[in-house]
Design a protein around this ligand. Structure first.
Ligand code: XMP
Length: 319
């Protein structure tokens, strides 16, 4: 892509100018945004970049190993795997309000980054994969008064006490442009094509209280759902697909027995930039087969629903 090739060179120069010989730490989440930001900054300044992968214990099945493995082993980036599961799940215990959950996670993210930044001598910059839609959605809505619809934790700058300046090379880009830039930088197609995943992770796909049990059930169900979508060749047609575990148990029958397990909701949407979205029109066969697999294979779920809400009036995530 000619345009992205030129953009890449301009951004590499800009990053070098901004950073000089100082060190940068990068909030690597494994999502397309932070992956592309990290690859771009790595191209500009090499080992002056250290990535911190904060594992908040709210990731999908095998996600931490896949992300850390790919950036360390395949791309030679310096990556610290900060497993802070206990810290995050401890602080989230008993919390069920969506914005409270986001605030707790956002605050801990900053604390954890600060901890690692302090260990990296000469670190003066923090890189973030903030996109243009993140910037505008958190500033205003429909030209009206400044309203925060959801407090995206990767937007709004970090507290000054952290003493780090921001490097945000994707601030002018929409998602499809970030993907084009990622391809330009040679990131593997499997990473470029990945569905977006929110910073607060599974916390906002687990409405109500978060427990380790629910997270484990959710991970298994989500893995089967995505496997089904890939097997049917639908992954690339969909902007985002995931399972939410609902805070309700329902009655079912299995063999000779009665079950009393969680209900889950499958979500899949098409979208151009995440600002608006339509639910994906799966065939009834696909939905039936997927529900059967999840209910048979995941212990703890006995009912599956499909969410047919568009955005607006709904949001893509459940919280
Ligand atoms: P909603 O649910 O607002 O989601 O329609 C739009 C897009 O943003 C993602 N999302 C988030 N990303 N922190 C993030 O980094 C958040 O708190 C957050 N909330 C939603 C969502 O996954 C979708 O791609």
């Amino acid at each position: 892509d000619w345009t992205m090739g030129a953009y890449r060179e301009i951004m590499v120069e800009k990053i070098r100018e901004q950073v000089g010989d100082k060190k940068v730490i990068c909030a690597l989440s494994g999502g397309v945004d932070s992956s592309v930001a990290a690859a771009l900054i790595h191209e500009a300044i090499g080992d002056q970049l250290t990535c911190v992968f904060v594992d908040h214990g709210l990731l999908r099945k095998n996600e931490a190993d896949e992300v850390v493995g790919m950036f360390r082993d395949n791309m030679n980036l310096q990556v610290i795997h900060a497993d802070e599961t206990e810290l995050f799940l401890g602080e989230l215990e008993g919390q069920s309000d969506p914005e409270t959950k986001r605030k707790i996670i956002g605050k801990l993210f900053i604390d954890v980054f600060q901890k690692y930044a302090d260990q990296i001598e000469g670190a003066e910059f923090l890189a973030q994969g903030t996109l243009y839609p993140d910037v505008i959605e958190s500033v205003s809505f429909s030209g009206g008064p400044s309203v925060t619809i959801k407090s995206h934790h990767n937007v709004g700058g970090l507290p000054e006490k952290m003493g780090l300046k921001l490097v945000e090379p994707l601030r002018e880009l929409f998602k499809d442009e970030v993907r084009a830039l990622g391809r330009e930088l040679g990131l593997p197609a499997s990473f470029i094509g990945r569905h977006p995943f929110p910073g607060p992770g599974l916390a906002i796909r687990c409405p109500g209280e978060i427990t380790r049990e629910k997270l484990e059930i959710l991970r298994e169900a989500d893995a089967i759902y995505i496997d089904q979508i890939r097997k049917h060749g639908l992954y690339d047609e969909i902007w985002q697909a995931f399972v939410a575990i609902l805070p309700v148990r329902t009655v079912g029958v299995m063999g000779d027995g009665r079950t009393y397990d969680y209900a889950c909701a499958l979500r899949a949407v098409t979208s151009v930039d995440g600002m608006t979205a339509d639910y994906y029109p799966f065939s009834h066969e696909f939905l039936g087969e997927t529900a059967t697999r999840i209910i048979n294979e995941v212990k703890g779920i006995n009912r599956c629903t499909y969410d047919i809400t568009s955005k607006p009036p709904g949001t893509i995530e459940w919280e």
